[in-house]
Design a protein around this ligand. Structure first.
Ligand SMILES: Nc1ncnc2c1ncn2[C@@H]1O[C@H](COP(=O)(O)OP(=O)(O)OP(=O)(O)O)[C@@H](O)[C@H]1O
Length: 497
């Protein structure tokens, strides 16, 4: 068999922690292979070995039959491997076009001319059905656009093997379509793709085959046509009953008392436009809309990240004027942000310091922080959300992406709140662990806390919400009671059908 990549009996340990235990993985020319597994199963670690970021503790890697030992990331790139990592690797101070062509000159053996770069850039934009100003400084772009640039950069490298680690997490539907087209084109031209995603629909749409991992071991290799979502979940977790619920089955909303939050015609310039809605005690309000519909911008006005230019916000019947996240927390508002890397976590800190950052005063003994108390609290969150860690003093950056996200959620457990906002909380979370996040929503609402739940996954919005508010272009389109409505009904409102 002609394999472009073969990994044989790969072991990887970080000190005493065994992350990969005897993985065999292979990829054929023109194959699109999914790499699946629960959060912390070892997917990213495996591809980081192919990418020259980590070297294996033991085992062998072959490229087109030839044994390789990558010296570093550059070496892997030069041998024809291009990776889109979960965390963006662009240089924020460079322009988009500079980022895309960075390091490419040496591949061609001569400097690329500016005009050639522009021509190539235009072609990539056309292929992606996408339009980003090449001269804009990258840090000025939205996270979605930065991710798109990252993808364009990886694909334009002209590698034989392209590895995508959760590439669609912040893309709009159009951009996703663009990416899926690119994958088809890559396949047709004989390139091979490894595709990691927790969104199983994407696997069925794009992949030929799948390798499933569990706890650092390979469960097996499968043809995607022989798999179902249920089967994948079962193979990933080793559990035949994942307890996944389709629908919300109880409500804790209290419509008799004063709403915990009332927005009256709030606006910000021409971005958020006269938005009004109420959140009652224990009520879960889902905000549905396309990526870019300005749901996060509304949340940012409530949490004091951005300044309102109009309208009034009431909490428990009283007008509030929250000017910063610190003031929001003092007003009993919690916020689980979409951009966890920049807003929710400090990756160089220990897990327990991240987990306790918001409620720090609770963990003091005689005025001093007590690490024992902090670790106890962290342990509580770890158990509640099934977070996979080795010990609470590990650095945050050592956790898998999905487990980092769970720590962001765990920070708010036990906090005295009237309202909590979840913004895309299940990004990067595996299918079984999503349910743990939904349970926290349920528990908060059971305690009488109002919840705003933002998600691009409408099944999720239906799963958790009492009421759904459809947002389009910064305005409220309608409010829908979650009674007998379907994803299609919400879609119709989103698209104005
Ligand atoms: N540098 C490190 N030191 C210690 N442990 C690490 C390090 N890097 C990763 N790990 C551990 O290895 C395990 C596998 O992590 P990895 O990121 O490969 O998982 P994953 O399958 O990609 O998960 P996710 O779906 O959440 O992204 C995790 O338990 C993680 O904590």
């Amino acid at each position: 068999m002609d394999y472009v990549l073969e990994m044989k009996n790969i072991f990887k340990s970080f000190g005493p922690v065994h992350v990969l235990e005897g993985i065999d993985f292979s990829l054929k020319k023109g194959e699109v292979r999914a790499l699946l597994g629960a959060n912390g199963a070892g997917k990213s670690t495996l591809i980081k070995i192919v990418g020259g970021v980590h070297s294996q503790t033991s085992g062998e890697v072959f490229l087109k039959g030839e044994k390789v030992n990558f010296k570093d990331e550059y070496d892997s790139k030069m041998k024809g491997i291009s990776i889109i990592y979960q965390e963006l690797s662009l240089i924020p101070t460079l322009t988009v076009i500079e980022n895309i062509f960075l390091g490419r000159e040496s591949v061609r053996g001569a400097f690329l001319k500016k005009e050639d770069m522009r021509k190539e850039y235009e072609q990539i934009c056309k292929d992606f059905d996408f339009n980003i100003n090449p001269d804009v400084i990258t840090s000025r772009l939205s996270i979605a656009n930065q991710q798109m640039v990252e993808i364009m950069k990886a694909v334009s490298w002209n590698a034989d093997i392209i590895i995508m680690d959760e590439p669609t997490t912040s893309l709009t539907n159009n951009e996703k379509e663009g990416l899926f087209k690119i994958i088809k084109r890559l396949k047709k031209s004989g390139k091979s793709v490894i595709y990691i995603s927790h969104i199983l629909d994407e696997i069925f749409l794009n992949c030929d085959s799948a390798s499933i991992m569990r706890n650092g071991k390979l469960v097996g290799n499968y043809d995607v046509k022989d798999l179902t979502k249920g089967k994948i979940t079962e193979l990933m977790t080793g559990n035949t009953n994942s307890g996944i619920k389709e629908k919300k089955d109880q409500t804790f909303a209290d419509y008799k008392s004063e709403p915990v939050l009332e927005l009256q015609n709030i606006s910000r310039n021409n971005v958020v436009k006269n938005v009004s809605f109420k959140v009652h005690k224990g009520e879960v309000v889902g905000l549905a809309g396309l990526v870019g519909s300005k749901r996060t911008e509304i949340a940012n006005l409530i949490y004091g990240v951005d300044k309102r230019t109009g309208g009034t916000i009431l909490m428990n019947g009283k007008e509030v004027n929250i000017k910063s996240p610190t003031e929001a927390i003092a007003n009993k508002i919690g916020y689980i942000p979409e951009d966890r890397k920049n807003l929710g976590l400090i990756l160089d800190w220990e897990i327990y310091k991240n987990a306790t950052a918001i409620q720090i005063d609770k963990f003091k003994t005689r005025g001093f922080l007590d690490p024992k108390k902090e670790k106890e609290f962290t342990g509580y969150g770890v158990k509640k959300l099934g977070i996979k860690i080795n010990n609470a003093a590990q650095k945050m950056k050592e956790l898998s992406g999905g487990n980092q996200q769970k720590v962001v959620v765990s920070k708010w457990l036990g906090q005295d709140m009237d309202l909590i906002i979840y913004d895309e909380p299940t990004k990067g979370i595996d299918i079984a662990a999503k349910e743990d996040i939904f349970h926290t929503v349920e528990e908060f609402s059971k305690q009488g806390i109002g919840v705003i739940f933002i998600s691009s996954d409408l099944d999720e919005v239906l799963r958790v919400s009492d009421k759904i508010i459809v947002i389009r272009d910064g305005s409220v389109v309608c409010e829908m009671d979650n009674k007998g409505i379907s994803v299609q009904d919400i879609m119709n409102k989103i698209f104005d059908v």
